[in-house]
Design a protein around this ligand. Structure first.
Ligand SMILES: Nc1ncnc2c1ncn2[C@@H]1O[C@H](COP(=O)(O)OP(=O)(O)OP(=O)(O)O)[C@@H](O)[C@H]1O
Ligand SMILES: [Mg+2]
Length: 450
């Protein structure tokens, strides 16, 4: 009988320590280390069922490499995020906040894949009846897949192999347990061991395994971050409960570009694709209003138009700076640069920034739009409709941004007749129906807006 060995694993980041500590040495979280016992004789992190010595070194050119055919997911938006569809044997994780629509997405995907593959839908969260009711609501009552409300990995594996299933959907990994550990499902050890066991199931049998994972309040996948290292792709489902749209984002992808997004709308009959996300997010801004400017950000390879809104009011002391949807420190930096170059116009004023639609920007390329919105808000005068693209540096200079041509094209597609861009950007863009104004620093932007 192998001797049991206890290590302590951090529930936030997955770091292992040999002794218990109040604070995780890796991520600094308090009281997150929990004991985890794995039988000795193997490294913890495996499922314990793999026979060693099965693989041999092989020369690289001898490795078979036929291009595997991608299996469409039934949703062009999900396909885009996956890098063109599912690959056989891929091991994927869908993460997201409670109630965001994870079960809805995998149910819709399972129903579509069931047309070409045998699908097993494993649910430890909902009863078969609940799943049937949801399927009815989504208009998928006749979908040809099997529901299995089991949480023991051993049984899930047995059924998958015995039934010859080509894909297994698991809702959620936090409900699954392996019997070799006696801790409760959802704990660090169980999540990690079950995921390792599913990894082996996927790779050895070329089965698609699609796991749902809950996230903690700070956005990390609950249980160890280790889960993110194990899977081929981490797809996060984001959105705001007050808004109906949902963003699907490839946080990590071994089979395609990471950062790619898909946009959906949550409707009574399920998730619907949004073909023109820019139209959704700029919505009202076709009507010029004081304090509003349009930015073009890149989400993966897709340009997206967003409306930046600024409100400037007489401030108290100290003046307030409030942001919704962009980095607070980036706003402070932009205000400092604008004040330095332009007679401290924002000093003593309250400044509010909001990105319409509940979206957020994390790209410096939106700086020019933020600056334009700030000036428009300050003067309480609407800008001429234009898309603003460019980064602002500390000396007030406007810097080039990647994918300028794609951004300008997106703006043109949505009817913008002019755009404001960094200097020397003109060579990159076609002039079909859109006029490009180059600004080399903040001063030029201000004179252009006056
Ligand atoms: N009867 C209904 N009509 C319209 N929309 C509904 C209905 N029931 C649920 N929804 C929508 O479905 C969403 C919940 O979807 P889903 O159960 O797929 O989320 P989830 O991410 O799996 O949640 P959990 O974390 O609880 O498992 C809710 O936000 C709600 O808007
Ligand atoms: Mg669910």
């Amino acid at each position: 009988m192998a001797k049991e060995k206890t290590v302590y694993v951090c529930g936030e980041c997955g770091r292992e320590s040999h002794r218990w500590q109040g604070k995780c040495p890796a991520c600094g979280a308090w009281n997150t280390l929990a004991p985890f016992t794995a039988p000795s004789g193997r490294r913890s992190g495996g499922s314990g069922t793999r026979a060693g010595g099965a693989a041999r070194p092989i020369p690289l050119p001898a490795v078979a490499m036929e291009e595997r055919e991608r299996i469409p997911s039934g949703s062009p938006e999900l396909d885009r995020v996956l890098g063109g569809g599912f690959l056989p044997g891929s091991f994927l994780l869908l993460s997201g906040d409670p109630g965001i629509g994870k079960s809805t997405l995998i149910l819709q995907t399972a129903a579509f894949l069931a047309r070409s593959k045998k699908i097993l839908y494993v649910s430890g969260e909902e009863s078969a009846r609940q799943i049937r009711l949801r399927a009815e609501r989504l208009g998928l009552g006749g979908a040809d897949f099997h529901i299995y409300t089991e949480t023991a990995f051993r049984l899930i594996r047995e059924q998958t192999l015995a039934g010859g299933y080509g894909a297994v959907f698991v809702d959620s990994i936090q409900t699954v347990f392996v019997e070799t550990l006696d801790s409760a499902p959802g704990g660090v050890g169980q999540v990690r061991e079950s995921a390792a066991a599913f990894l082996q199931l996927a790779k050895e049998n070329e089965i698609i395994v699609f796991l749902v994972g809950h996230v903690t309040k700070d956005g990390a996948v609950a249980g160890p971050r280790l889960l993110e290292h194990m899977v081929d792709a981490v797809i996060s489902f984001e959105g705001d409960n007050r808004h109906m749209y949902r963003l699907l984002r490839a946080v990590k992808n071994r089979f395609g570009p990471a950062g790619e997004i898909g946009v959906f709308e949550m409707c009574g009959d399920g998730l619907r694709e949004v073909e023109n996300p820019s139209a959704l997010f700029i919505g009202e801004s076709a009507r010029p209003a004081p304090g509003s400017a349009v930015a073009v950000t890149m989400e993966g390879t897709r340009p997206l138009l967003l409306e930046v809104q600024a409100l400037i009011t007489a401030g108290g002391y100290p003046p307030r700076r409030t942001v919704n949807g962009m980095d607070y420190h980036r706003l402070l930096m932009l205000l400092a640069v604008l004040d330095k170059r332009n007679k401290a116009v924002f000093q003593g004023k309250d400044v509010f920034i909001n990105i319409a639609g509940g979206l957020s920007i994390d790209e410096p390329a939106a700086d020019l739009a933020v600056a334009a919105a700030l000036f428009s808000g300050l003067r309480d005068a609407a800008l001429e409709p234009a898309a603003f693209i460019g980064e602002i540096g500390l000396t007030g200079e406007v810097r080039g941004v990647p994918h300028l041509a794609a951004r300008v094209r997106e703006a043109a597609k949505f009817g913008f007749r002019s755009c404001v861009i960094p200097p020397a950007g003109r060579g990159e863009i076609e002039f079909d129906g859109i006029k490009a104004y180059e600004v080399s620093d903040v001063g030029e932007l201000i004179s252009l807006l006056s």
